[in-house]
Design a protein around this ligand. Structure first.
Ligand SMILES: [Zn+2]
Ligand SMILES: [Zn+2]
Length: 229
């Protein structure tokens, strides 16, 4: 069972189904010393509970300086506007998903499927490269462009004292023409994630895997699941 609190070293779970709201993706918080960095923000209706969860584990919401939007779907970006208004944090996303985040088209954001309203926000740090590293607080955040689920999907990894943590988010797909999904790009993106040999995988909706061999098996099983598409 997934609970609010520590996952691994400086990584915490602060939101997700059963923790903040049923529509939320898994929301993670990284303690980077001076900065707290949030990975995704949930769908919106649960953002107040996410804030409470941050406080419950002993942090101030105003310590959040950056939020990474791993892609432009509402279950990941719906809480951005509220959090940005509350703590003035910077939003980080890939260039190819900026349109969905800044203009909020209901099909690009999948808000039509969730029957939710999305409040658009400006992206402050636009990622454009295949791979980029940015320092926040005392940690280096490595961003990898992993298109497939959406054109601007990204994964993030950190090398912490006790190993490599990968925020793979929507590793499991799914794929839809309205989102600009591309299964062949996704396969190449999953190969990139396998090459990282992460010790921990924080996925976007269900799994937190804390074993290097299991992380590999999980990603490979997703590749097999879609092999006939
Ligand atoms: Zn998605
Ligand atoms: Zn998702």
């Amino acid at each position: 069972m997934i609970e609010v609190g520590p996952i691994w070293d400086r990584v915490f779970m602060v939101g997700g189904p059963g923790l903040s709201h049923p529509t939320d993706c898994c929301v993670y918080l990284v303690d980077a010393g001076e900065d707290l960095v949030m990975i995704d923000s949930g769908a919106g209706p649960g953002v107040g509970q996410i804030v409470k969860n941050v406080v419950t584990i002993g942090y101030s919401i105003h310590q959040i300086k950056e939020i990474v939007a791993t892609h432009c779907h509402i279950d990941h970006i719906g809480g951005l506007a509220f959090l940005k208004g509350l703590c003035g944090c910077m939003v980080i996303a890939h260039d190819r998903d900026v349109e969905g985040i800044e203009l909020g088209d209901a099909r690009l954001t999948a808000a039509n499927l969730y029957d939710l309203d999305y409040d658009p926000v400006k992206v402050d740090i636009v990622l454009k490269e295949e791979m980029e590293t940015h320092s926040f607080g005392d940690l280096e955040f490595h961003f990898i462009h992993t298109p497939g689920h959406t054109p601007g999907s990204i994964a993030v990894y950190l090398d912490l004292d006790c190993g490599r943590v990968l925020f793979g988010q929507d590793v499991h797909g799914p794929f839809c023409d309205e989102w600009g999904s591309d299964i062949n790009q996704w396969r190449r993106s999953m190969e990139k994630l396998l090459d990282l040999e992460a010790d921990v995988l924080c996925e976007g909706h269900a799994a937190i895997i804390k074993d290097r061999a299991e992380v590999r098996r999980h990603i490979e099983s997703q590749l097999r699941r879609y092999q006939n598409l």
